[in-house]
Design a protein around this ligand. Structure first.
Ligand SMILES: Nc1ncnc2c1ncn2[C@@H]1O[C@H](COP(=O)(O)OP(=O)(O)OP(=O)(O)O)[C@@H](O)[C@H]1O
Ligand code: SF4
Ligand SMILES: [Mg+2]
Length: 350
């Protein structure tokens, strides 16, 4: 881990929220015309998140489907605006960047998605898919492009003799390697990997994760690694950030998080983690329904599913507090004396 206390974060979210309006569909509009009490709804995808990612860090962002991981990743990569709060890139507000600085930031933060086919134009050859952005941005000369792309392809484990092939001629793992080479081609500093290995077989997953770590060392990369699977981030991240319904509920090093989880939601996530011994590969969701982000519960969002909830949890939002150096959690149990939280430290029966 390279986090330094004096160094500025590479990218930082300061009290960032992102909301989406859910427009009424045609049937709902008709129903409203006939008197139904229907309004446009607001989804609170990200709700007041603070997150600093330092140069060289590998930060894992985990949580169940719909908790806002991708939205936060997009906002921090600068490809989606925040509704409230501020994202800072090298200590400058993203919204203040203009001209060359803005272009450089856009290139420096690259996203790698789960399904490379959704971002790779099927009608383009690999040479053009990887070479397009460096050509447009003047990173490599046209006359040197084949060599430039070939060296990147080889670096990510692709055979350079395949550069004239189309994406559909590759396997899922190879297509992910094309996506990684494409991101590397513009010399990024930050890779936001959004479920980048989720669709791959376990053995291929391990190869791609190893590749990410090799590239980190070689190119000095920083990662925001988004996954619904704690097991994946456990082995590669310096720090794990757990989200629940748009909010960060806990953050710590993987060892600290797994050995000493503080938040009942994290405890439940870890308890539900498939063990290697039973060879289950599918993540088992925590029992109890995830509340709709259209109507998040008041107070602590987790209270309808939390077996340790008490009155305060239903009305007051818990704030992040330090449990140990580098370990924070947002739970009202933090304010109770140890004697009163004794029962609460048992595994939650949810
Ligand atoms: N463009 C959008 N318009 C409306 N709602 C959106 C949009 N993008 C995301 N949302 C909503 O915001 C919430 C958070 O979505 P997001 O995709 O960030 O979650 P996630 O944690 O990445 O989930 P998953 O693990 O399924 O990818 C969800 O309720 C989602 O439906
Ligand atoms: S604040 Fe209350 S409801 Fe929320 S996790 Fe802690 S104990 Fe459970
Ligand atoms: Mg997502």
């Amino acid at each position: 881990m390279t986090t330094s206390l004096v160094e500025a974060p590479l990218v930082e979210a300061l009290n960032v929220s992102r909301r989406f309006s859910r427009k009424l569909d045609y049937a709902e509009k008709i129903a409203r015309f006939f008197g139904a009490d229907l309004e446009e709804k607001t989804v609170h995808a990200v709700d007041g998140v603070n997150l600093a990612v330092y140069p060289g860090d590998v930060v894992g962002l985990v949580g169940e489907s719909g908790c806002g991981k991708s939205t936060l990743g997009r906002v921090m990569a600068g490809i989606m605006s925040a509704s409230d709060g501020e994202v800072r890139w090298k200590d400058k507000p993203l919204t203040s960047l203009q001209g060359e600085e803005k272009r450089a930031m856009r290139l420096s933060a690259q996203m790698i998605f789960q399904d490379p086919m959704s971002t790779l134009n099927p009608r383009k050859r690999v040479i053009d898919l990887i070479g397009e952005a460096p050509r447009v941005h003047g990173i490599a000369k046209s006359s040197e492009m084949r060599d430039y792309v070939a060296s990147l392809a080889e670096r990510v484990g692709l055979d350079a003799s395949y550069l004239d092939r189309y994406p559909h001629q590759f396997s899922g793992g190879q297509r992910q390697r094309i996506g990684i080479a494409r991101a590397l081609a513009v010399k990024p500093k930050l890779l936001v990997c959004d479920e980048s290995v989720a669709a791959l077989d376990v053995s291929i997953q391990a190869q791609i994760l190893n590749l990410f770590m090799d590239l980190k060392r070689e190119f000095g990369l920083t990662y925001l690694f988004i996954s619904h699977d704690l097991g994946v981030v456990k082995h590669i991240c310096d720090r794990v950030v757990v989200m629940y319904l748009g909010r960060v509920v806990e953050s710590a090093t993987p060892d600290e998080l797994f050995d000493n989880p503080k938040h009942p939601y994290t405890q439940a996530l870890i308890r539900e983690l498939p063990s290697v011994s039973d060879r289950r590969r599918v993540f088992t969701p925590i029992k109890g329904e995830i509340p709709s982000p259209l109507h998040p519960p008041p107070g602590c969002h987790f209270h309808p599913r939390c077996p340790k909830a008490f009155d305060r949890c239903r009305v007051e939002r818990p704030v992040l507090k330090e449990n140990a150096t580098g370990h924070v959690s947002a739970c009202h149990l933090n304010d109770l004396p140890a004697s009163e939280t004794k029962n609460a430290t048992a595994e939650p029966a949810i």
